[in-house]
Design a protein around this ligand. Structure first.
Ligand code: PEP
Ligand code: MN
Length: 363
């Protein structure tokens, strides 16, 4: 698997402009970032834009600028590859770290085509590469794991994931809401896999980069990939989320690194409390389900529908207000109540369906 020590740094930091725009812009950013201690330089050569007409990247000529960055600063270089032509050209240009973007990782055909190219390389060449797979735009953990498995299956061993948040409809604080439970679940399923957070594409705004980066480190992410441009307001893509190299250096140096080794004695006491509270919660939930089943029987006997939207809406609003007053987020309590309600409905339907244990409902 990916060797975090390879880069000598923990957390691993990749930084550079969203897009390579000109040789001067690339070299200026690389020199400034190198001064800030950054060792891996990112720049998009091919840019997947949502609509045509936007800046879609310089393409192949930009690869030689990345080669210059490497020669001049000694930094490793990283770019996105979305199809086999990109990959072949990036390999020929000696790019060290290849990432598969969020739109590509959502497409198993595209990922497999890239994997087939990795599989066709000599083992030495393959071992010299690092591949990072961004989460697919949609919050589908299995699709993300599937893309990682395809790349792993091609023989790539320096493999990592990038969490860049998920597309969502409507207005949000974040450009791509992080839905942290998905990368956390990825870590539970593949504990050896390094996960790098991309606060730039999650936040979409400069001022969110520092807090998101801190949250990621607090959650034990292995690194960060952050967009940086010497003149952010003039950037041809993602202008509002790019930081100057100096601000980026300042943020990276001010991040609190969570202690890996901690005194676990007090933690043990607190965890016991959590275990007990969780037991109580489960007990309460079981009681709630039992009452819900009683209600199910009553509804059945009186020919009432199982789901009554009026009641559900009232219950939701009332609980949300209370939970928010108790310092829980509205999103959390809505998700929680929706899950509890879904399970109550499932139990009521099961108990009352003629195929189920209908006796209990008097059928
Ligand atoms: C990028 O890193 O510049 C990029 C296009 O990211 P994503 O695939 O996450 O949208
Ligand atoms: Mn970008």
């Amino acid at each position: 698997m990916f060797d975090a020590e390879l880069f000598g740094d923990s957390p691993i930091i990749l930084a550079g402009p969203c897009s390579a725009e000109s040789e001067a812009q690339v070299l200026e950013a690389a020199r400034a970032l190198s001064k800030e201690g950054i060792k891996i330089f990112r720049a998009g050569v091919w840019k997947p834009r949502t609509k045509p007409g936007g800046f879609e990247g310089i393409g192949s000529p930009a690869l030689s600028w990345l080669r210059k960055v490497k020669e001049e600063t000694g930094m490793l270089t990283a770019t996105e590859v979305a199809n086999t032509r990109h990959l072949e050209e990036a390999l020929a240009a000696g790019i060290d770290v290849l990432w598969i973007g969020a739109r590509t990782s959502a497409n198993p055909f595209a990922v497999q085509e890239l994997a087939d190219i990795f599989a066709s390389l000599t083992p030495e060449r393959r071992d010299s590469l690092t591949v990072l797979v961004k989460n697919p735009v949609n919050p589908d953990l299995e699709l993300w794991i599937g893309a990682l498995e395809r790349i792993y299956g091609s023989g790539i061993r320096r493999l990592g994931a990038i969490h860049r948040g998920f597309s969502s409809y409507g207005k949000h604080i974040y450009r791509n809401p992080p839905k942290w439970r998905i990368p956390i679940e990825l870590h539970r399923r593949l504990p050896q896999l390094p996960i790098i957070c991309d606060p730039s594409h999650i936040g979409g705004k400069r001022e969110l980069i520092a807090p998101l980066s801190q949250q990621a480190l607090d959650m034990n992410f292995d690194g960060l990939i952050i967009e940086s441009h010497c003149h952010p307001e003039e950037a041809l893509s993602d202008a509002s989320q790019q930081l100057t190299p100096e601000s980026l250096g300042y943020i990276v140096n001010s991040l609190r690194r969570p202690q890996q080794i901690q005194s676990t004695e007090n933690l043990g006491v607190l965890r016991k409390q959590i275990d007990r509270i969780d037991d109580e919660l489960l007990d309460l939930l079981a009681k709630r389900m039992s009452v819900a089943r009683d209600i199910g029987r009553y509804k059945r006997e009186h020919g009432m529908p199982v789901v009554q939207p009026g009641r559900y809406n009232n219950l939701m609003q009332n609980r949300v207000d209370t939970a928010v007053a108790l310092d829980m987020s509205e999103e959390f309590i809505r998700n929680f109540l929706a899950a509890v309600h879904e399970e109550s409905v499932r139990q009521q339907l099961e108990i009352c369906s003629p195929a189920g244990d209908g006796k209990e409902c008097g059928v």
